[in-house]
Every structure is written in C-alpha cells, then in structure tokens.
Design a binder for this molecule. Structure first.
Ligand code: OAD
Length: 252
C-alpha cells in the first residue's frame, strides 16, 4: 500500500530525479556489491582489480576480469523497475536519471541521457590518452570468474584500453557529477532506488535533494526508516514498488 501523499507528490512533481544503485538490477539477476553470499567483491579483492595501480601492475588480469563482468551484464534483461523508470519519463514534465551502475540496463529499457556516475562497462577508453575506440567492443564468451586477457590497443596512440568504470581512488566524471548535483538541487521529488547509500560522493545526491526541500522516497526492501519527515521508505523490491507507484499515480 503506497501512501496517498507520495502518489500526489509524484503526480504534481515538475522535476523528478531517479537515483539508482545495484538493487535496481538485482531482479535482472546481477548480484549487488554488498550481497553477503553472492557479491562480486566477495570472491575477489577489489584492491587487486579495481584500481589504476592494479591495471599498471597486471593489465591482463584486470582487463580479463572486466571483460567477464561485461559479458555477465550483457545477458540479463531489464526488469519491471528499469521499464517503469523509462515509462515514468513519459508521465512527468522533467526526469533526470542518475545511476551508480556500470551496466546498460536503463538504456536497454528505453531511458535516455542516463547519467552514469561510476562510468560504464561498455565505454572503455585508452589508459594513456583517454580516447574511446571508434568501434564498440565485440561480445565474446568468457569463462566463469574471468581469465587473463591482454587489453586491446588504442588506434590513436597504441596505449592499452582500460575499462570505462570509476576505480577506487579515482574521481567521478566531473560533468556527470555536476549534472547530478544540479538536478538534485532543483528537483521536487527524488526516488532513490536500490542503493545502500554508503559510497560517496554519489550518496550525496539524495541528501542534497532533501536539503534543498524535495520529497525523497527510498525504495529498498532492506532500507532503514528515514530520519526526516520529507523522506519516506518503500520497503519493497524495486520491480514491485515502481510499477505499482506508476500505476497508482498515472493508471494504465
Ligand atoms: P550495494 O550493493 O551497496 O547496495 C544495493 C542495495 O540494493 C542494498 O541496500 C539492497 O538492500 C538493495 N536491494 C537489493 N535488492 C533490491 C531490490 N530488488 N529492489 C530494491 N533494492 C534492492 O550497491 P550500491 O549502493 O549501488 O561503486 O553501491 C554503490 C557503489 O559501491 C557501486 O556503484 C560501486 C560500489 O563500490 C563503484 O564501482 C565505484
């Protein structure tokens, strides 16, 4: 049962921000980061794989692991939460979609202009000159857990390609972060979907919206009761809560 006040806040909102984390892709079968049993980081030390130092030390190990991850997120399909977010953009005057996810399930669900705060598995760039390859990477079978794979070379400078994700110790893409903060400051409703909210500066996005006066709704089956009266929790899986919210607010 969704509170009538939330439904009317969604109906009357002029600018909605949707801020997503790994939980929005969980129902597509992609493990979240902090999942105790199946989290990807449980099986690998991120310090060995997700830092510029690791890439410098052993590019084939890092590239191979990320190629396996890229293949791992190509198979799953968008779930009802991704589809409801794409649909919501057609019902409100302005919607900004900000994700911490490095998969492309929002795009495949039909969302446009997605702000990827932590980069994308599908946008590699040169480790030396930062240029992106002209051709998308091909899909290939990768064995479970990945394998050592020499990174392809940049066609401009001959440097090694690196995954287009933000690694530990790296800054977030400046344009993406400033667009996200601006939308958070300006919106009147923010839906925070499937994120543990512990990784900064991304986790500032819902705080900024709340502090600027927006209503903030957290959608997370394991979410904690929020401390402010402008914040609400829908303790449901995103694939159930979002279609329901949309249906209640706009019918169909
Ligand atoms: P986490 O794995 O930290 O959190 C996922 C959240 O989703 C948890 O709070 C779950 O309770 C919730 N969840 C699980 N299933 C859900 C469902 N069906 N519907 C809604 N919520 C569900 O993922 P993030 O918060 O995205 O950073 O992690 C943030 C960042 O930490 C990631 O972007 C990554 C990682 O280090 C980088 O790669 C830079």
């Amino acid at each position: 049962m969704i509170l009538a006040s939330l439904i009317s806040a969604l109906r009357s909102a002029r600018h909605v921000v949707v801020f997503t984390g790994a939980g929005v892709s969980a129902e597509s079968g992609i493990p979240t980061f902090r999942d105790a049993l199946t989290g990807l980081w449980e099986r690998f030390d991120p310090g060995e794989l997700a830092t510029p130092e690791a890439f410098r030390r052993d590019p084939a190990l890092v590239w191979g692991w990320y190629e396996w991850r890229r293949m791992r997120v190509l198979q799953p399909q968008p779930n009802p939460a991704h589809l409801a977010i794409a649909d919501l953009a057609r019902h409100v005057p302005q919607l900004t979609l900000i994700t911490q996810n490095v998969d492309d399930l929002h795009e495949r669900a039909g969302s446009e202009d997605v702000i990827h705060l932590h980069g994308s598995l599908h946008r590699p760039r040169c480790f030396a000159c930062a240029r992106e390859p002209a051709e998308p990477l091909p899909a290939a079978d990768e064995p479970e857990g990945g394998r050592r794979l020499e990174p392809p070379r940049c066609s401009h400078c001959g440097g090694r390609l690196r995954p287009g994700v933000v690694w530990f110790g790296e800054s977030l893409p400046v344009a993406a972060l400033s667009a996200a903060f601006k939308a958070a400051d300006e919106c009147d409703l923010l839906l925070s979907v499937g994120t543990s909210g512990v990784v900064y500066p991304a986790a500032e996005v819902p705080h900024r919206a709340r502090d600027a006066g927006a209503t903030v709704v957290h959608i997370n089956p394991q979410g904690e009761a929020p401390g402010s009266n402008r914040e609400h929790l829908l303790a449901l899986p995103a694939g159930k809560a979002l279609p329901e919210l949309l249906h209640e607010a706009f019918g169909g």
